[in-house]
Ligand binder design. Structure first.
Ligand code: CAP
Ligand code: MG
Ligand code: MG
Length: 484
């Protein structure tokens, strides 16, 4: 392939060190030795594209700003390599020998390389990791999810529809008894799943142990009255790992049956070690990754950081059972349909198209349809393949939240093209003019309308909670804030 003139000229401009971090003849980047990354980037002052790209590869693998006397032939084997650039779109492809990474499936270590120091380098003025590709030989070093959305749906006895959830609101300030009341109202209104909000912890007005016990009472009552299983996702984020584990054990010790509770972790503010500790210590529990703080890295207009897809792929690799992936512009948070839906699909499917790579999450070659079918069956029922010859990274559930309400449910399902997700509506439930219970019922009715292929307006003619939701949330759609 003839190298474009601009590339030839820029290659000539590289110093010896920079040259070592490029290889435009890399035979087959997907030969299994490399994890592949695509970055959008803009060089810093005084550097051309290739010089800056080589500096990114150096700093995010083995190098620094000078060649050092202590380098060896072997250390050069571990150099990341720039293997493709797109000048027009300001993109660079970098291959990382994955032997660089901490053995034993450590996700935080990878992030420390590829979105660590490099985000602070003077040699770039913009750097955003847009997509990442893991070779299957590398995948099998990582946990991936254990207890999945399939297990939760099985526990709840539901199929072919989203898990209908809420976040208790106000976000903070209820006593543990008041908190549990809201859970009860949502569950008896027909909802499946309640989560703590992302800052819920052990506040003096809502002590953790009391919150757990009151939720247990509320759940028992709601299960008795509805005859339906319910789930509560407890935020176990804490100041240290011991306290986090203490909270997990408190929940397990409160008599919740397996499947009726999930552990929520603020994955970015608590950290990836917390996520992986929960996954490894509690493989029988749904690990719910809340992504508070992600906006600092993922907002479409942010020039420095990583995409929602990249964050979500790392959550799947780390073993989170589900992660918030955004409402594709339907709800209140920034985020484009393209970005959020690619992320949701990227963590749900066994073979998923990303922004630049098609990722197979199983050792099985993605093309082998029959074995893939078997793999899918097995990951659903865990019975067919006793050995883990197919060793796949199971699905991670998109959790769809931020500003949704019953009138928006269909809009999101249509844009997502799947009902394999958990939706959690906070204000979308508790702002309902007739309260939480009616809000939950309106959500159930919005789903029923979708399932019956009826418009919510039509269905609302015989469902009062839904008509009240349409009147209330429909009006707000325009102003998107409290009316004066
Ligand atoms: C939603 C929420 C969630 C955000 C997170 C909140 O409340 O509880 O934390 O959805 O955003 O605190 O805003 P509402 P994302 O349902 O009342 O909006 O899901 O995009 O990570
Ligand atoms: Mg360093
Ligand atoms: Mg929240």
């Amino acid at each position: 392939m003839v190298m474009p003139k601009k590339l030839q000229d820029e290659l000539k401009s590289l110093n010896a060190k920079q040259l070592r971090y490029t290889n435009f003849e890399l035979k087959n980047p997907k030969n299994g030795e490399y994890m592949l990354c695509v970055f959008h980037f803009v060089p810093g002052k005084g550097l051309n594209t290739l010089q800056a790209a080589a500096e990114i590869a150096a700093e995010s693998s083995t190098g620094t700003n000078f060649t050092v006397q202590t380098e060896t032939d072997f250390s050069h084997e571990m150099d990341a390599l720039v293997y493709q650039v797109d000048y027009k779109k300001e993109l660079v492809w970098i291959a990382y020998p994955w032997r660089l990474f901490d053995r034993g499936g450590n996700v935080q270590n990878i992030l420390t390389y590829v979105v660590g120091n490099v985000l602070g380098m003077k040699q770039i003025s913009a750097l955003k990791l847009l997509d990442i590709w893991f070779p299957s030989a590398m995948l099998e070093q990582y946990d991936g999810p254990s207890y999945t959305l399939d297990d939760m749906k099985k526990y709840l006895g539901i199929k072919g529809r989203p898990v209908l959830g809420t976040i208790v609101k106000p976000k903070m300030g209820l006593t543990s008894a008041e908190y549990a009341e809201v859970c009860y109202d949502f569950w008896v209104g027909g909802g499946d799943f309640v989560k703590n909000d992302e800052p819920q912890a052990n506040q003096d007005f809502c002590p953790y142990d009391k919150m757990v016990l009151h939720v247990k009472e509320a759940m028992d009552k709601a299960v008795r009255e509805t005859g339906k299983k319910k789930v509560h996702s407890f935020n176990v984020s804490a100041a240290d790992f011991d306290t986090m584990i203490e909270r997990c054990e408190m929940i397990r010790g409160a008599g919740f049956e397996p499947g009726s509770y999930a552990f929520l972790i603020d994955g970015l503010t608590a950290g990836w070690m917390a996520v992986q500790t929960l996954r490894r210590k509690y493989p029988d529990v749904f690990i719910h990754f809340h992504r508070a703080m992600h906006g600092a890295f993922t907002r479409p207009e942010n020039p420095i950081g990583f995409s929602v897809l990249v964050l979500s792929k790392f959550a799947r690799l780390s073993g989170a059972s589900g992660i918030h992936t955004g409402t594709a512009g339907v709800g209140k948070m920034a985020g484009t349909p393209e970005e959020d839906i690619v992320a949701a699909k990227g963590i749900l499917d066994l073979v998923a198209k990303g922004h630049f790579f098609e990722q197979s999450w199983a050792k099985v070659p993605g093309k082998d349809k029959d074995v893939l079918k078997l793999v899918r069956e097995d990951s659903l029922h865990h019975v067919i393949l006793s050995d883990d010859s197919w060793r796949g990274i199971k699905k991670c559930a998109p959790i769809i939240s931020g500003g949704l309400n019953p009138t928006l449910l269909k809009a999101f399902i249509d844009v997502a093209g799947t009902t394999d997700f958990i939706t959690t509506m906070g204000a979308g439930c508790h702002a309902h003019p007739d309260g939480t219970r009616a809000g939950a019922t309106a959500l159930v009715q919005a789903l029923e309308a979708y399932q019956k292929k009826k418009s919510i307006e039509d269905y609302a003619k015989t469902h009062k909670e839904l008509v009240r939701a349409i009147e209330f949330f429909g009006k707000k759609k325009l102003r998107n804030s409290e009316s004066s």
